[in-house]
Design a protein around this ligand. Structure first.
Ligand code: FRU
Length: 501
């Protein structure tokens, strides 16, 4: 194992900073049930796993500021995926093989009970003609007891020299590890060919330390962006599912707003690792959803969590806080009819407090309902046109105040569902609207809306579509109202969500 003064001092510095500055951030100024960083900047979820009876979630972390910087791994644990307790910073970029950053990766429990972290170490190797550092990426291991980790001797353990000739040494990252039934290990890693084409590579190992290159799982073929970041590959409901986060994706209607994460459903070919793609869609049609990672719960559920943010709109929230970035609500996944369905983990139902419900409410004008309000809420809405002739549109306004609101509008004729934060208090010229198409079941459109202090997540069609969005709205804006063009009939249940439960 690697020791060394630098390793100790950088990690200790981060932990000391956390204790000094992070401990001053109160709960009120944070999301109530979405994980945010202890202090500073957060991006991708890392090492999402269950270890010794607790869920562990690490994250890309720069404790010292609210902008991206040399990457550390932040660390939190939870019993129910919703109440998170922070543990000290797990990794700092303090070794020769990760001096420029400990990038994304994953975690697994070893047979001897220790926890292994597999992550991308970024290092610099010389400078370009323009004097810019040349970065190199390779996969590294750290092993620990769930709190403290030691970096393995011999890192990087998946060296960039395994890449086929011509591939980009600076784009080889984000290993996702799992175990096969025979106890051996596999991981997928994102890579890019010399022309920038994204690719997912597979490696195998008997002991999670010594790795062999197996082959390509799939290639982008220049269809969706460039490099495919943060791959995740798993079996679900008799299919193989591949999640990827393409960089620099061309905007193409609402499936791809210039950037988002995609899922591919298919099978594996005869060689056992080539992905045979059947369908491919955006995972989430909102604006803020990137780098998802999944884990299997002890009771067999495949649960996904993602960074509830996108790289291009990180300046939307004004920099008056000591933290930046948050995760989505963890979501249970299923595959049905060639689509990936997602639904908030069932544990959230234990957070449900006071219920306010109304049935058969006719909405044909602005409507407010007593008891329907609040910023931390789980809202279930079913809506249908009052008559066949009254097809029009239905709107839910949330986080509504004097001058602000975020609107969710459903066109009952076309099934187009739009989420719009233009008037959410935003003071930045960035994308504010997104959309997807939903279909009614037995004449009803169903919507589930999760509100937290700085976000809204919408699940439609039983989870066939999801939309996640960060909002910068002042916390005093707690109004919820409804409106319609035409006449609709609505059933609604609203629960206050209370993390003290
Ligand atoms: C995705 C990503 C990863 C990388 C990490 C760096 O958001 O770019 O590919 O490992 O963030 O923080």
């Amino acid at each position: 194992m690697m020791g060394g003064l630098d390793q100790t001092s950088k990690l200790e510095a981060a932990r000391a900073y956390e204790a000094r500055v992070g401990s001053c951030i109160g709960g009120e100024g944070r999301p109530a049930y979405h994980l945010s960083p202890y202090v500073g900047w957060m991006n991708d979820p890392n090492g999402f796993s269950c270890y010794k009876g607790q869920y562990h979630l690490f994250y890309q972390y720069h404790p010292y500021s609210t902008v991206w910087g040399p990457m550390h791994w932040g660390h939190a644990v939870s019993e129910d995926l919703l109440h998170w307790a922070f543990l000290p910073c797990a990794l700092a970029p303090d070794a020769s093989f990760d001096e420029a950053g400990c990038f994304s990766g994953s975690a697994i429990e070893l047979d001897d009970g220790r926890q292994l972290l597999l992550y991308t170490g970024v290092r610099h190797e010389g400078v370009t003609q323009e004097g810019l550092p040349v970065s190199r990426q390779a996969q590294c291991v750290a092993i620990g007891d769930g709190v403290d980790y030691e970096k393995a001797a011999g890192n990087p353990l998946i060296h960039d020299s395994v890449l086929p000739a011509g591939w980009m040494r600076q784009n080889f990252r984000d290993p996702k590890i799992w175990r096969e039934e025979d106890g051996s290990y596999r991981c997928v890693v994102g890579a890019a060919a010399e022309d920038g084409d994204g690719c997912v590579l597979l490696f195998s190992s008997e002991d999670a330390l010594s790795w062999k290159y197996v082959g390509e799982v799939t290639r982008n073929g220049h269809r969706f962006g460039m490099m495919w970041e943060c791959p995740d590959l798993f079996e679900l409901d008799g299919k193989e599912v591949l999640l990827v986060s393409p960089l620099k994706m061309l905007t193409a209607e609402y499936e791809r707003l210039g950037g988002c994460a995609l899922y591919c459903i298919g099978t594996l070919g005869e060689d056992g690792h080539t992905f045979v793609e059947e369908t491919l869609h955006a995972i989430d049609y909102g604006i803020d959803f990137y780098a998802p990672q999944t884990t299997l719960t002890p009771d067999g559920r495949r649960v996904m969590i993602a960074w509830m943010q996108n790289w291009d709109t990180t300046r939307l929230l004004l920099p008056d806080r000591r933290w930046f970035g948050q995760m989505t609500v963890p979501r249970e996944l299923r595959v049905r009819d060639g689509r990936l369905f997602q639904w908030p983990v069932r544990e959230i139902e234990d957070l449900r407090g006071t219920q306010v419900a109304y049935q058969d409410v006719t909405v044909d004008d602005r409507t407010e309902l007593e008891g329907i309000e609040g910023r931390c809420a789980d809202i279930v809405v079913r809506v249908r046109p009052a008559t066949e002739a009254s097809l029009g549109s239905f709107t839910v306004n949330v986080a509504e105040g004097q001058d602000c609101r975020t609107t969710l509008t459903l066109d009952l004729e076309t099934g187009r569902l739009c989420l719009d934060r233009r008037y959410s208090g935003a003071r930045r010229m960035v994308v504010h609207t997104c959309a997807c198409d939903v279909t009614p079941t037995e004449g009803y459109f169903d919507l589930r809306i999760l509100l937290d202090r700085f976000s809204i997540e919408v699940f439609a069609g039983g989870g066939e579509q999801a939309m996640s969005m960060v909002i910068p709205t002042e916390l005093a804006a707690t109004g919820i109202s409804f409106d319609a063009k035409g006449k609709v009939v609505m059933d609604i249940e609203k629960y206050a969500l209370d993390t003290d439960r």
